[in-house]
Design a protein around this ligand. Structure first.
Ligand SMILES: Cc1cc2nc3c(=O)[nH]c(=O)nc-3n(C[C@H](O)[C@H](O)[C@H](O)COP(=O)(O)OP(=O)(O)OC[C@H]3O[C@@H](n4cnc5c(N)ncnc54)[C@H](O)[C@@H]3O)c2cc1C
Length: 414
């Protein structure tokens, strides 16, 4: 039987040479030139199930993609399931819940939730896919106030490696639900996701730009100042390639209060070159992130690390405040107790690398990782062991092995 005969789907099956194959095989990263054996454009959950089973029948590696924003490995020779057409978004304003298809992007949810005065825990780009972002943890500008996106999932519909459609939640298959919400896309293929929305409409957000001459003092002050700020305020300090010090901030509350909270930091940083703080709709608060070539969560920002970061040449450095409701969450994602993360858009100099290895947790955050070899660093040792165990239960043959995939714990011989 050919793969088209096995599939018999409502969506589209695209083979090399077919119209649309070249468009739908692509990832966002232009350095990747993936050559899947077949691309399946799913129209619904039944197609997802048929695609999983067809990959197994034909002995093809299986991979799933919604937008290609988080695809870091070329899925050559695979059956690539594309969920980009499954974009439904339904908002229940009374329960403050959204239910979305696996192809929905944050832009779709922001637009559907805003008329009800609600917002999702989206991140820096509205083009990112809801499902990949959420399964990978989901660190947005409301995370200190309301937690990681993965912690706000209420229910998921998922097709597991044996082709079984399941509805999972804290009450149904709780171990699979826990692994999925923060452990990434290698436990099953999500066909629908239900998650909480929050009553956030207008926020005080943007960036303050300063000269860089007081960078060391500002960072030394920042590490103490963050201990006193409320969870509704999220900030990051950037030392940019063009020689500026930038404070990015979002306060989910009254602008006067937000301004007053930022004032002490502003005084230490020196004269403001540009004040880009505004009251804006949450959906329009463009808070783009820094490309993470180096990423670590750090326990502390000691004087050596501050000095190394200030002297880091030809780099943008971003120091971001975590904590708040992120620390309160118990999901699989991230190292919850780290108060800060450090991102560099380049490889760290030996001095910074040494300082990071002293202050840092050696950790990556799943959504900011590109290298599958570093995957264990995205989790605590206990969570990594639990994820591998759960993977061994639900996908012992490692059908979902593509990309940043948790390998199953070896089965214990009976
Ligand atoms: C411009 C940009 C800004 C970003 N900003 C943030 C941010 O602020 N915060 C943050 O936390 N992350 C951020 N990210 C990272 C982003 O969340 C991840 O790259 C995420 O994986 C993207 O998901 P996607 O569905 O768009 O990508 P895709 O490439 O389509 O999918 C990525 C992975 O998600 C999994 N996946 C997707 N769909 C399914 C499904 N239906 N079932 C099971 N697994 C699935 C698969 O493992 C897949 O390999 C950003 C990325 C970019 C490019």
């Amino acid at each position: 039987m050919t793969i088209q005969q096995t599939l018999r789907i409502d969506g589209h099956v695209l083979l090399p040479g077919d119209e649309g194959y070249d468009h739908h095989r692509k990832a966002l990263n232009p350095a990747l030139d993936p050559r899947p054996a077949v691309v399946v454009r799913a129209a619904g959950a039944a197609d997802v199930r048929r695609a999983v089973l067809a990959a197994r029948t034909h002995g093809l590696p299986f991979a799933v993609q919604a937008t290609g924003h988080g695809t870091h490995v070329a899925h050559d020779g695979a059956l690539l399931l594309n969920t980009g057409a499954m974009t439904s978004v339904v908002v229940d304003p009374d329960r403050r819940v959204a239910r979305v298809g696996p192809g929905a992007r944050w832009r779709d949810v922001l637009a559907a939730a805003a008329p009800f005065g609600l917002a999702p825990l989206s991140g820096s780009s509205p083009d990112v896919g809801v499902t990949g972002y959420t399964l990978g943890g989901g660190l947005g500008w409301l995370a200190r106030a309301h937690g990681l996106a993965a912690d706000s999932v209420l229910r998921a519909q998922v097709v597991t490696a044996d082709g079984t459609p399941r509805t999972v939640s804290a009450d149904r298959d709780p171990d699979l639900f826990w692994a999925l919400c923060g452990g990434g896309g290698s436990f099953g293929v999500v066909t629908a996701l239900e998650f909480r929305l929050y009553p956030v409409t207008r926020v005080y957000a943007g960036a303050l730009t300063f000269g860089r001459d007081r960078a060391a003092e500002t960072l030394a002050y920042y590490r103490r100042w963050i201990e006193r700020v409320p969870d509704a305020l999220s900030t990051a300090v950037l030392l940019t390639r063009d020689g500026s010090l930038v404070v990015k901030a979002m306060y989910a509350g009254d602008a006067d209060r937000g301004r007053a909270l930022l004032e002490p930091l502003r005084r230490v940083a020196g004269p403001v070159v540009d004040d880009g703080m505004r009251v804006v709709d949450f959906a329009r608060a463009a808070m783009g992130g820094t490309f993470a070539r180096t990423f670590d969560q750090v326990r502390a920002l000691d004087d050596d690390l501050v000095a190394a970061l200030v002297d880091e040449p030809d780099t943008t450095v971003e120091i971001r405040h975590w904590g708040g409701r992120i620390a309160a969450g118990s999901g699989a994602a991230a190292h919850r107790d780290a108060p800060l993360s450090v991102v560099l858009d380049s490889v760290a100099s030996p001095r910074t690398a040494a300082a990071l290895s002293r202050c840092g947790l050696g950790s990556g955050f799943l959504n900011f990782l590109h290298d599958p070899a570093r995957l264990p660093s995205a989790f605590t040792a206990a969570n990594w062991a639990a994820l591998r165990r759960i993977k061994g239960t639900y996908d012992p043959e490692n059908v979902f092995a593509a990309g940043l995939a948790v390998p199953p714990a070896a089965l214990v011989a009976a």
